[in-house]
Design a binder for this molecule. Structure first.
Ligand SMILES: [Zn+2]
Length: 110
């Protein structure tokens, strides 16, 4: 038994194991298997980006709520925290959005 590198994810696996325990890639499945694997990876990464965007929107709502309720007093912690949360959420959203746009246009069918 030897330790070899997985052809899909690059992690180490046993040469005896047919499929990689980390990503499930099976080199004996050939090209079709590899393509399936890459399609799955693309889907997973899209899913992650969607989750990130949803997360950003939730933070945005929470921040907006706190900011709104503390807006009478700029010194209140609700106002400060709300403003900070809003900025963080906008940055996070822009990051997630940029990432998915980047993938859409520059990484189409690799
Ligand atoms: Zn792997």
């Amino acid at each position: 038994m030897a330790i070899v590198k997985c052809g899909a994810c690059g992690k180490q696996k046993s040469s005896k194991a047919p499929a990689c325990p980390h990503c499930g890639f099976n080199p004996e499945g050939g090209l079709e298997q590899l393509e399936k694997h890459q399609a799955k990876k693309r889907r997973d990464s899209l899913h992650r980006q969607n989750m990130l965007q949803m997360f950003a929107v939730v933070i945005l709502l929470v921040g907006g709520y706190m900011w709104w309720h503390g807006s009478g007093d700029p010194q209140s912690w609700q106002f400060q925290l709300g403003r900070f949360t809003l900025v963080a959420a906008i940055l996070l959203y822009a990051y997630a959005r940029g990432l998915s746009l980047w993938q859409k246009y520059f990484n189409k069918d690799k």
